[in-house]
Structures are given as structure tokens and as C-alpha cells.
Design a protein around this ligand. Structure first.
Ligand SMILES: *Cc1c(COP(=O)(O)O)cnc(C)c1O
Length: 470
């Protein structure tokens, strides 16, 4: 039992865990000074991880050292304030600390009897979220890995309910020969919605796309006639422009037609938790299901997504399983509202984040992110050579240079400088630089530094352009 003895010994080695802690603390203390993206050298050194599975395992201490030496330098500096790629978000300190404690517990959130603490916190957070977001009182929440999964759950619930209304039990009878359902969404819908549509068997080829305005918002007057066999998918926060669909104009009528409304609010749904941005989500409470991430705007650790659903029976019926060995209590059971059985204890971090920030803290944190985005956009607008293409309504800025080639090379130069990190996208057929401000740690100075990197990258690329043409 050599391996068991090794593990008994390591489990009690305080210096082992203290070392991990120390490496982590060093990382956090230097986070603001690190290059945002790994250097070429650090990327090349990743080859240290190549090689075959060892016959005899290494020591835990050596494994930590390897991660510290070659892993740490190859991370993205996401916990500081100048990573603007995708919509990633940082991590709230209390959540990081709570996660640190809970990793020692290694809880399974499946059933309350498997983890009373997780069962309790899920029930508490479910109530908090419904109040915070102003959703229908009877709504339930499933704590999943992210919005991709939350979108899928919302669509599964919709499919269950829309078919049940026509006397069809999807769980028993399946999709073959089922009454036809319609699926309607904006032409700017997120790719994860397209995936969920395919997964749920609606078929991407059946989507009725609705035209959008120049910000990517569904045009209410272009909506097709809706009915009670239709799934309508709207979004709170366009992944490029940050724009919100006009819920107030669409949802009430859609609801009256018996249409199921799902809202993809991966990062934008949190607008509904604030005073400042509440106008963006007005009318969204008429929907039936909502998907949102903890790990984006709210800055919980990865991975954390939430499906909220006003129709408990539909969500639970589409995800429910039972087996004789799964003893359940009268408590709310997390497993009823998620596709998985075993799940890590992500609720601890989400709970800690909400408890630490409070209503006011959430509002203030989100307002700060947005103000930094506004600052970035207004600095760029003053520079000859950059154009900001969107109305900055919530954390997102899209910018472009005079030509696609220039936009691409400026973006690459910015990435090379490593002061900040921004990614690309396309907007109305043109290449764009996409800036997403979603870290609590972003300061006005971070924006100023990043802006200077943008300007120097543009100058460099312009001068190279001129020297080629000479
Ligand atoms: C990020 C995002 C998703 C996918 O969320 P994950 O948590 O990455 O699965 C879906 N929709 C929108 C609008 C997003 O921004």
C-alpha cells in the first residue's frame, strides 16, 4: 500500500498546502504588475509538460514546483484589471478565500444529504437571486457550469412545456413524430444559443431569425406572429456591442400568445440587479427562463452559471431523474434543476460573492466597470485612426481602424505589447477590436495605460504601412 501511505503522509503535510498557498499569495500580490499575456519564453517553456505518464508518480511537492515554475508564467492575468478579452471577469476576494476553504471540503452538491451546507446555500442563493433580479417569486434556480449549459436547460424546459401543452410528453414520447415547434431569435443571437437549439433538437435550420438594428437589438416591429408553440429567445447583452433586446416592447405580447420566452443574459442580466442599469432589463421578468453567469460580470471564480426558471415543473421535469438509491429529503434538491448529478460546490463561491458585495456593492462594481468602458471609448474616439462603433450601454466597446488589415495588425501589436489584452470579432462584415470591461479591479489608470498601448500600436502599424508603400 505504498501509494496509500504516501497519501496519508501528504494529507497531513501542512508545509505542502502552505506552499501551494504561498505560491498563490505571491501570484495575487504581483497580479497588477504582471504582463497580461504570457511571454514567448513562457509559452515555449510549456513543453516542460510534454512527456509520458510516469510509471511511478512524482512527489506532491515537485508537482507544485513544476506548476509554479512553468504554469504560473503561462497564465493570463485575469485577476488584475487589464484583461479585456472575451467577457471573462476577475474574482472577488471573498469568493477566492471561500473557495480556498471549500476545496478542502471537496463537497458534492448533488443532493442535500451529500452536502447539507451546499443544499442550504443553494436554497438561500436561489431566493436572493430572485429578489435581487426582480424575477417572479415562484422561480427556481439551477447552478450549472456556465451560460452555455444554462441556455440548454432553459431550452429543455421550454421544449417540455410547449409540447406538454399539446398533449405530448417529450420525456416518454421523444421528438420523433412530436408536434412541430417554432423557434424565433434575433439575427445577433449568441453562438451558444445556436448550439443549445441544436442540442435540444429544434434544428438550426428551423430558426426564424428576426432582423436587428445597428446595435444588434431585435427590431420589435420585425417580430413574426407568435403563438403557443413558439420558443422565443432574446438577449440581455450582445456579446459585441453590449446591447439589450427591447424586452418591454416584446415580452408582454409574446407572453399573452403563450410563447415561451428565454433570455440569454450571460453577462448582461446583472443589469437587472442595479438601479443604474435597470432600464436595460425592463420587462424581462415576463420571460419564462433566464440564463446568467456568475463568472463574468459578477466576478465569481470559474465555473459558475445559473438557469432561472419561472416554471418549476417544466425545468424539473426536463432534468429530473430518480433511482431507488437516490434518497431525497423534503428539502430543495440541487440535482432537480441541473443536467448533472455530481457537481462541485460552486454555490459556496457564488454565495460568498453576493454576501460580500451586498446589493450596493453589486451596483457599485457594475457601475465602475461600465464607467471604465465609457472612459475607454471616449479616449479612443478622440484619436484620429480609431472609430468606436457601438453605443456603450453596458461594459462593451467595439472599435476599428481605417481598414480590416490595419485593425488586425493594430490588435496583434496591442497583444504583443502585453500591457492589456483585447481580442477581435467582426461587426457588420468588418474586423473589429472588442473591449470587454468586466473586472472589478479595473481602474481609471488601467484604462489610461491600455489606451496608451492602443495609441502606440496604431502609430507603429501606421509607420510600417508608410514604409512599405515608399
Ligand atoms: C459568454 C456568453 C455565453 C456563454 O457562456 P459560458 O459561461 O461561456 O458558457 C452565452 N451568451 C452570451 C451572450 C455570452 O456572452
Amino acid at each position: 500500500m505504498a501509494i496509500q501511505n504516501k497519501m496519508f503522509a501528504d494529507q497531513q503535510k501542512q508545509e505542502l498546502f502552505a506552499k501551494a498557498q504561498q505560491y498563490g499569495l505571491d501570484y495575487i500580490s504581483k497580479a497588477r504588475d504582471r504582463n497580461v499575456f504570457p511571454t514567448e519564453e513562457a509559452l515555449t517553456a510549456l513543453k516542460q509538460f510534454d512527456g509520458d505518464l510516469p510509471e511511478c508518480g512524482d512527489t506532491a511537492s515537485a508537482i507544485l514546483d513544476l506548476l509554479q515554475e512553468f504554469g504560473t508564467p503561462a497564465t493570463i492575468s485575469q485577476v488584475a484589471g487589464r484583461y479585456f478579452g472575451f467577457v471573462n471577469g476577475s474574482v472577488v476576494p471573498a469568493a477566492l478565500a471561500a473557495k480556498n476553504l471549500s476545496i478542502f471540503w471537496d463537497q458534492n452538491s448533488c443532493l442535500s444529504v451529500m452536502s447539507p451546507i451546499c443544499g442550504k446555500l443553494e436554497a438561500v442563493v436561489e431566493k436572493w437571486l430572485i429578489t435581487l433580479l426582480g424575477l417572479p417569486e415562484q422561480s427556481v434556480a439551477g447552478f450549472v457550469s456556465g451560460t452555455s449549459m444554462a441556455n440548454f436547460c432553459g431550452l429543455a424546459a421550454a421544449r417540455y412545456r410547449l409540447l406538454a401543452k399539446q398533449g405530448w410528453d417529450i420525456n416518454e414520447q421523444g421528438l420523433f413524430g412530436a408536434p412541430k415547434l417554432r423557434v424565433v431569435t434575433g439575427s445577433h443571437t449568441h453562438s451558444s444559443i445556436l448550439k443549445a437549439i441544436a442540442l435540444a433538437g429544434f434544428g438550426r435550420g428551423n430558426i426564424e431569425f428576426v432582423d436587428c438594428d445597428d446595435q444588434g437589438r431585435v427590431l420589435a416591429d420585425k417580430m413574426p406572429t407568435l403563438d403557443d408553440s413558439t420558443l422565443l429567445i432574446l438577449q440581455a447583452g450582445n456579446v459585441n456591442s453590449g446591447a439589450f433586446d427591447p424586452f418591454e416592447k416584446i415580452c408582454k405580447t409574446a407572453k399573452e400568445q403563450g410563447t415561451w420566452i428565454h433570455i440569454d443574459g450571460a453577462f448582461g442580466l446583472w443589469a437587472g440587479a442595479t438601479k443604474t442599469f435597470g432600464h436595460l432589463t425592463e420587462g424581462y421578468a415576463h420571460a419564462d427562463s433566464w440564463a446568467v453567469d456568475g463568472h463574468k460580470t459578477l466576478n465569481t471564480p470559474y465555473d459558475s452559471g445559473i438557469i432561472l426558471c419561472a416554471d418549476r415543473e417544466a425545468l424539473a421535469s426536463s432534468l429530473h431523474i430518480s433511482a431507488p438509491y437516490l434518497s431525497t429529503s423534503n428539502e430543495r434538491e440541487g440535482m432537480y434543476y441541473t443536467p448533472e448529478m455530481s457537481r462541485r460546490a460552486r454555490i459556496i463561491e457564488l454565495w460568498a460573492t453576493l454576501k460580500y458585495l451586498g446589493r450596493e456593492g453589486i451596483d457599485e462594481m457594475i457601475s465602475n466597470m461600465h464607467q471604465r468602458a465609457v472612459q475607454f471609448a471616449s479616449l479612443l474616439e478622440k484619436v484620429e485612426g480609431f472609430e468606436v462603433l457601438n453605443d456603450v450601454v453596458f461594459n462593451q466597446v467595439i472599435a476599428q481602424c481605417k481598414s480590416d488589415t490595419l485593425t488586425e495588425s493594430v490588435m496583434q501589436e496591442i497583444q504583443k505589447q502585453r500591457v492589456c489584452w483585447v481580442g477581435g470579432s467582426s461587426w457588420k462584415g468588418r474586423k473589429v477590436i472588442r473591449i470587454s470591461v468586466c473586472s472589478w479591479a479595473t481602474t481609471a489608470e488601467d484604462i489610461e495605460l491600455s489606451y496608451q498601448s492602443f495609441v502606440s500600436a496604431l502609430r507603429k502599424c501606421l509607420s510600417e504601412e508608410t514604409s512599405y508603400t515608399k
